[in-house]
Design a protein. Structure first.
Lengths: 99, 646
């Protein structure tokens, strides 16, 4: 198992996540896809850290996790507010901010 | 006191700031004390400074103090400096002295006016600017004062802000003065280009010490160019042909303003400048000729217009223009001290005439038309007597102030070899006496040509107005004694001797002595001309009141020509103002401004609108669409980076 195996898996996970963000309408599903993208990046970090025998990548993973946690908190708050106001989880229904 | 020279101009400036900023809130008695107090203190300071100057030996009577370097730029250095020599000494005494008296007069005249604090603030600001002008030690400082007095003149002409005519007159004065100022600043540039300095002392020293470079009798050359350019400024400021048209209109301002700015001080700035630059003018025959011709023509034409005007202040305005012409004649025949002498005596009697006219207008409740006055001597005796003294003084009756100064000018013209100038000047003196006494007789003698409602509240003015009249009347009486001519046998002309150090660098042409008895005859002739004018006026307006109307009817053409002021305003409108207005409106405004400037700006705006209208649809509010854009962008960026690496 070389570095490229990890990178290919990471790229696949990232692509799945990105595709999900674009095609999914349910806000929870979009959320999950974002988490998937973040963790795909984490996988790359860890793989490079191991490959280069440096600890930097693993430290970055911690940062990404912290950011992901904060983002989850804000995102869920938005989700709840959206549901309370509009009785929906469909992001296409929240389109007031436009021309 | 000489160490505190800066106090003299700064006192009025402080007064102006105080009144302008806080006067409205602190009430009129505060404004009065600050306004008149600062002018009075400035006068005391000026008097103390001049007293110190007189105590010094004649060759030491020049104090030049630099306070700081105002501009330093390469070779060009301009110091903020004040110069006190006999010439500026006389000027600061006249400016602060007459200025203070007129400030006191304004207490009564402007009483109860809504803009009382504004009026005194402007008047003090004017004193400051005028003092900077006359105390300037270099051309640039002089220009600062020159523009400052122009601004104050504009503000005070348009003082009655609710009258459109006042605003128009202010604009006219401002625009006409700008034309002159262009010449003045070009002259200053040329001075710097020629001498590498703007200091009076340095420039005049170079001229006086380099007779080869600036030969005395050259008709054309740099000095002539400088002199003529500076004279354009003087023409504008001192209301000479062809730029005198603003001064009669300037009578829209309050009467104390007319007395202070448009008679006694500001309009004489041009004369002062020419005399200050005597070393330049005296070395250019051509420039002297221009100054003389412009002066004498202005003196004559303005006096003839003054014969027929019926607005009391306009008569005085044309008289001022005419007298300023005399002063330029004096400078033109290199009798510089005589010009300043006449400037000083004129300040006394013309200020008095204006203040007297103001007193009449005040008594009549705003009426300025001479044909609706008459018999006022019974109602305003002090005004009447002081006006008579002023009229005698301006007519040049011995021994009042105007006699000595005007006679000296006329005699200098003759002695300088200009008999035609002398003859026209003499005739103008006769006209002056005539129109002055026409004014006096129409206003104070004869039948009363006003209604009972006016008669009902006719009154002599309050003491705050009559005391200044009396002070100025005394000055107009004895003011000439400082410069008694040599032919009276009381020694040489003291005034000319006092001024001599300031004119030391001026070029003196060879003069041959003319005996005192000849001078005496000339004096007699000029008094005779004045007396003829007075008796003619008496005959036409007191003895035989129908004569004036008969003459006007008989000589309808000339009369109308004079009454309409030679149609100069109409000609200027036709030839200059209207073409400029048309070009401005049709080409500059509708063509260039609306078409090109506005068109460009609006075009940029409109194209932004079109593009924005197209691009706004990107902003569709759908989160997933934004995510797609981000993804596309990131992918393109990655692709680009990969390409650059590869």
């Amino acid at each position: 198992m070389g570095l490229h195996h990890y990178l290919i898996l990471s790229a696949l996970l990232f692509a799945v996540g990105a595709a999900g963000v674009i095609v999914k309408k349910n806000i929870i599903a979009i959320f999950l896809c974002i988490e998937l993208m973040l963790n795909a990046a984490n996988l790359s970090f860890v793989a490079f850290s191991r490959y280069l025998d440096q600890v930097h990548g693993q430290i970055f993973v911690f940062f990404v996790m912290v950011v992901a946690a904060a983002e989850a908190a804000v995102g869920l708050a938005i989700t709840i507010t959206l549901y309370r106001n509009r009785r929906t989880l469909n992001v296409d229904d929240a389109d007031l901010m436009k021309w | 006191m000489l160490d505190y020279l800066w106090l003299i101009p700064l006192l009025p400036l402080a007064g102006s700031a105080l009144n302008g900023l806080a006067g409205k809130r602190l009430g009129s008695s505060f404004v009065t004390w600050v306004g008149c107090g600062s002018a009075g203190l400035a006068f005391l300071a000026a008097a103390a400074a001049v007293l110190d100057l007189v105590r010094a030996a004649p060759q030491n009577r020049e104090v030049l103090i630099s306070y700081f370097t105002w501009i330093a730029c390469g070779d060009f250095v301009a110091e903020a400096q004040f110069l006190l020599d006999p010439l500026s000494g006389v000027m600061i005494l006249v400016v602060t002295g007459v200025g203070f008296v007129i400030h006191v007069y304004s207490i009564g005249y402007m009483h109860g006016d809504g803009g009382y604090y504004r009026f005194f603030s402007y008047m003090n600001l004017f004193l400051f600017a005028m003092l900077v002008l006359v105390m300037a030690g270099n051309f640039l400082m002089m220009f600062v004062g020159w523009e400052g007095v122009g601004l104050c003149s504009y503000l005070l002409i348009g003082y009655y802000i609710d009258r459109k005519s006042a605003g128009d007159a202010g604009k006219k004065a401002f625009v006409v003065n700008r034309i002159g100022d262009v010449g003045f600043i070009l002259g200053v540039f040329l001075v710097f280009a020629t001498f590498g300095s703007l200091d009076f002392a340095e420039v005049f020293r170079q001229i006086a010490s380099a007779p080869v470079r600036f030969p005395a009798e050259t008709g054309v050359g740099l000095l002539t160019a400088i002199a003529l350019l500076l004279f354009v400024g003087a023409i504008g400021k001192s209301a000479q042909i062809p730029l005198y048209v603003w001064l009669p209109d300037a009578m829209e301002g309050p009467t104390p303003v007319s007395a202070l700015i448009h008679a006694a001080t500001m309009v004489t700035a041009g004369v002062y400048m020419v005399v200050r630059c005597a070393p330049i003018y005296s070395r250019s025959e051509a420039a002297l000729g221009v100054v003389t011709v412009v002066g004498i023509l202005t003196a004559w034409l303005a006096a003839t217009i003054g014969l027929t005007q019926t607005d009391i202040k306009r008569v005085l305005a044309y008289s001022t223009v005419s007298q300023l012409g005399y002063m330029f004649v004096a400078a033109g025949v290199t009798a510089f001290s005589a010009g300043i002498f006449h400037l000083m005596t004129h300040a006394f009697f013309k200020a008095l005439l204006f203040l007297g006219a103001g007193s009449v207008i005040h008594a009549m409740g705003g009426e300025q038309d001479l044909t609706r006055m008459g018999g006022l001597r019974r109602y305003a005796p002090i005004t009447y007597r002081t006006m008579c003294i002023a009229a005698l003084a301006i007519s040049g009756i011995f021994p009042l102030a105007g006699f000595f100064s005007k006679d000296e000018i006329l005699f200098s013209a003759w002695a300088g070899g200009h008999p035609v100038v002398w003859a026209v000047g003499l005739a103008t003196a006769g006209l002056t006496a005539f129109y002055m006494f026409r004014l006096t007789f129409l206003a104070f003698h004869g039948p009363e040509r006003f209604g009972d409602d006016v008669r009902h509240h006719l009154h002599e003015s309050p003491p705050s107005m009559t005391i200044p009249l009396v002070i100025l009347a005394i000055l107009a009486t004895v003011g000439g004694f400082v410069g008694l001519p040599p032919w009276m046998g009381l020694g040489p002309n003291r005034f000319a001797e006092f001024l001599a150090p300031a004119l030391a660098h001026a070029h003196r042409p060879e003069t041959h002595e003319i005996s005192h008895s000849v001078e005496f005859v000339f004096a007699l002739v000029s008094v005779l001309a004045a007396l003829i004018g007075i008796f003619l006026a008496r005959y036409m307006y007191v003895g035989n009141p129908a004569a004036a109307g008969l003459l006007a009817a008989r000589a309808r053409g000339p009369y109308t020509l004079l009454y309409r002021k030679y149609y100069v305003d109409e000609i200027y409108d036709r030839l200059l103002v209207n073409p400029i207005v048309v070009v401005s409106r049709e080409m500059l405004w509708k063509g260039i401004d609306v078409g090109i400037v506005d068109g460009t700006v609006n075009g940029v705006g409109a194209s932004m609108r079109v593009w924005g209208g197209l691009l706004k649809y990107v902003q569709n509010g759908l989160v997933r669409s934004y995510a797609s854009w981000i993804l596309t962008g990131a992918a393109l960026l990655l692709y680009y980076v990969a390409r650059m690496r590869g």
